[in-house]
Unconditional design. Structure first.
Length: 171
């Protein structure tokens, strides 16, 4: 799950407006479909900005806050009162990957990251959705709404809020 979240971040962060984006703010619906066509649906909000910052707020089906900075991902899970902290490789540059996206037709782009191919749909240079197969061969589609880009983002949003009584797991 942690790897999936990191890939989600890379793809969102990556293509908000293909070359000139400095920040991205949107609501999202994330659908994960397995090989038996069982669909898991998550809803929430994302805020991301250069160089490699993101805050994912999952609202349904469970509450979860994911904070990603250049070197660390922190997942705060209120329902189980747990926090997972993991180091992130410093060479993971989402915006650099964005520059490598290739237009395959009007409003549709393809990007490669490691062994994953992302298909990015845009409208008026704003990302609408991202689709890909995850490492378990699940089909993942993230659809965005209420998108805003290139806004000033207060960097404090990327600082994890960890209640003192939560268990902390370092990975």
């Amino acid at each position: 799950m942690k790897k999936i979240l990191l890939i989600f971040l890379s793809s969102i962060h990556l293509f908000a407006s293909l070359n000139d984006v400095t920040s991205f703010d949107a609501d999202f619906i994330q659908k994960i479909t397995d090989d038996k066509n069982k669909v898991l649906v998550y809803k929430g909000h994302i805020v991301a900005s250069k160089p490699q910052n993101a805050f994912w707020k999952y609202i349904t089906p469970i509450e979860k806050n994911v904070y990603i900075t250049r070197f660390q991902i922190t997942i705060v899970e209120p329902e189980i009162e747990q926090v997972i902290i993991r180091k992130v490789s410093s060479d993971f540059d989402f915006f650099k990957m964005m520059k490598n996206a290739k237009k395959i037709k009007e409003n549709l782009y393809k990007a490669h990251y490691k062994d994953t191919i992302f298909i990015i749909s845009t409208k008026n240079s704003i990302i609408n959705s991202i689709s890909y197969l995850d490492e378990f061969e699940n089909k993942v589609k993230i659809t965005f709404s209420n998108q805003k880009q290139n806004l000033h983002i207060n960097k404090e949003i990327y600082r994890a809020k960890i209640p003192l009584d939560y268990d902390i797991v370092r990975d």
